[in-house]
Ligand binder design. Structure first.
Ligand code: GLC
Length: 540
């Protein structure tokens, strides 16, 4: 059986501003990431997705790109990127970049040229309507809470920007624009990058008639509109097929390998629609390799809810399509915060439980930096906010995205080991006790648990690519088997979502591979067994 690397890999998202600052300017950088590769290797990470490091005015912290081939000096230079690639390869770690291709920065030279005159060759790379009269529809700039149509007096037009006015959107129906992006992708493939996470990929195509979006009752993530016409217009499939072809035709990274699809393309769909996510893979397996299904990010703490969500995801994927799971990213409150309890011990135990689930379900796991030490969120004072969405929606609690972007907590030192006395966002005050250094020294810590889980995945093929079969169980227990090639090869996973002890029935004696409450190698006798509060048990 041929298994693609990205089906087996454990991915880890780095938000580079917040990971490790090597030069003390308050902002994390590429040399900082390189410095921490040994840490990542020890954590059992196979691939990094690095949020954008391209030159950017940072109106949306890199999700507004001014040059798709460069590195922003704040993060380093081309030499630093090459060094990161080299050192990552040495450790067997792949690098996936974050391509923001739905829009550029308004400071990108393409847009400067486009907005100067209707006759400019780049003009039609962006989307325009005449300035006269009201905007053509109800589309919103969601980070500004105003119209998405921004005046450009120089040409007497308005341009489209559905995030901020500083992120003008491309016209992906324009063939020249498309080939410009495929050249950018080839440029990075030639430098050896292993793939791209495609920012708001399902938004590339807009409704050709620019129809207004219908009303939605949901504030988040809809902003009271169903994004049928400004985002998620199904014409994106044509682009995905072309991007896949470019990826498949890129030179093999490993000359010894003859497998196509060595470069991975991962869609960020807009919204929380698993069906839309599944559709990004195409029916014939000729579109993207993976797509984020964000259902787990809004899933309440219910074992059967997680089960139903996973089953729905498996059922929606096209034949041959591969699932992936994530608990967090730079746009959503952290999982340790979402699943917190008033009792700190339970919060900690729940973090172990979700880690076990993420790393044993069938599908590629994506971790978000700091998740492995249980970093949480805090409400920030208005003066500390940096995210345009957070500033526009203050004081509406956790709508802003700064709380999940605070600096990585490396140690109990005065700068938290991040590398600067005044980081761009304040450290979470719990850094003094919750940090990598402290957890490395503690075999019972969340970090040690993550390490054991990734190690187990590497050892046990069933956990990486075995089929999954859910086991009917008491409501608060999530139980499943991961199946091997032979009928007897199977690993059982029991996750007790409740904070009390629960009795379960065990068919035949089990040997513990890893457990939150039991030692590896210990036996669980057939018959009735009792799972402790929030116990995670992985056994054979
Ligand atoms: C994606 C990114 C988010 C960004 C937005 C606009 O959703 O994850 O951080 O603000 O796109 O690029």
């Amino acid at each position: 059986m041929r298994v693609a690397w990205w089906e087996e890999a454990v991915f880890y998202q780095i938000y580079p501003r917040s990971f490790k600052d090597s030069n003390g300017d308050g902002i994390g950088d590429l040399p900082g990431i390189t410095e921490k590769l040994d840490y990542l290797a020890e954590l059992g990470i196979d691939a990094l997705w690095i949020s954008p490091v391209f030159p950017s005015p940072m109106r949306d912290f890199g999700y507004d790109v001014a040059d798709y081939r460069g590195i922003d000096p704040i993060f380093g230079d081309a030499g630093d990127f090459a060094a990161l690639m080299r050192e990552a390869k040495k450790r067997g770690i792949k690098i996936v970049m974050d391509l923001v291709a739905n829009h550029s920065s308004d400071e990108h030279p393409w847009f400067t040229e486009a907005r100067a005159s209707r006759e400019s060759p780049k003009h039609d790379w962006y989307i325009w309507v005449p300035e006269t009269g009201a905007p053509p529809n109800n589309w919103k700039a969601v980070f500004e809470l105003g119209s998405a149509w921004h005046p450009n007096p120089g040409t007497g037009e308005r341009y489209l920007g559905t995030f901020t006015r500083h992120q003008p959107e491309f016209d992906w129906r324009n063939p020249e624009l498309r080939s410009a992006f495929y050249d950018i992708m080839k440029y990075w493939y030639d430098l050896g990058v292993d793939g791209f996470r495609l920012d708001v990929a399902t938004a590339y195509m807009k409704d050709p008639e620019l129809r207004s979006n219908p009303f939605s009752f949901r504030a988040i993530p809809d902003f009271f509109q169903k994004h049928l016409h400004d985002r998620n217009h199904r014409d994106f499939h044509a682009v995905f097929r072309e991007m896949r072809q470019v990826a498949d035709e890129s030179p093999a990274l490993d000359p010894a390998s003859s497998s196509p699809g060595e470069r991975v393309l991962i869609a960020e769909p807009y919204g929380e629609d698993a069906e839309l996510a599944a559709s990004c893979l195409g029916v014939a397996g000729d579109e993207l390799h993976l797509a984020f299904n964000f259902e787990f990010l809004k899933q309440p703490w219910e074992a059967q809810g997680f089960r139903a969500s996973a089953e729905r995801w498996y059922a929606l994927l096209p034949k041959g399509g591969w699932p992936n799971f994530t608990l967090g990213n730079h746009d959503k409150p952290r999982s340790a915060w979402r699943y917190r309890s008033r009792k700190p011990g339970i919060t900690e135990a729940r973090a172990k439980l979700t880690a076990a689930m993420l790393l044993t379900l069938k599908g590629t796991p994506f971790l978000y930096y700091g998740e492995e030490i249980g970093m949480t969120c805090q409400r920030l004072p208005k003066a500390a906010l940096r995210d345009p969405l957070g500033i526009a929606t203050w004081p509406l609690g956790f709508l802003g995205r700064d709380p999940e972007r605070t600096p990585m907590q490396w140690s109990g030192a005065s700068d938290g080991g991040f590398g600067s006395p005044s980081p761009w966002l304040p450290m979470n005050p719990d850094w003094k006790t919750r940090n990598v250094e402290a957890q490395e020294a503690d075999p019972g810590s969340l970090l040690s648990w993550y390490r054991s889980l990734t190690k187990l995945r590497r050892e046990e093929a069933e956990l990486r690519h075995g089929e999954i079969r859910f086991v009917d169980s008491e409501g608060e227990i999530l139980a499943y088997e991961r199946l091997g090639e032979r009928p007897d090869d199977k690993i059982l996973v029991y996750l007790n979502f409740s904070s009390r002890r629960i009795r379960i029935g065990i068919g035949k004696e089990l040997r513990v591979l890893l457990g939150s409450h039991r030692a590896p190698g210990s036996l669980v006798a057939a018959g009735a067994a009792e799972l402790g509060p929030c116990e995670a048990l992985i056994a054979r």
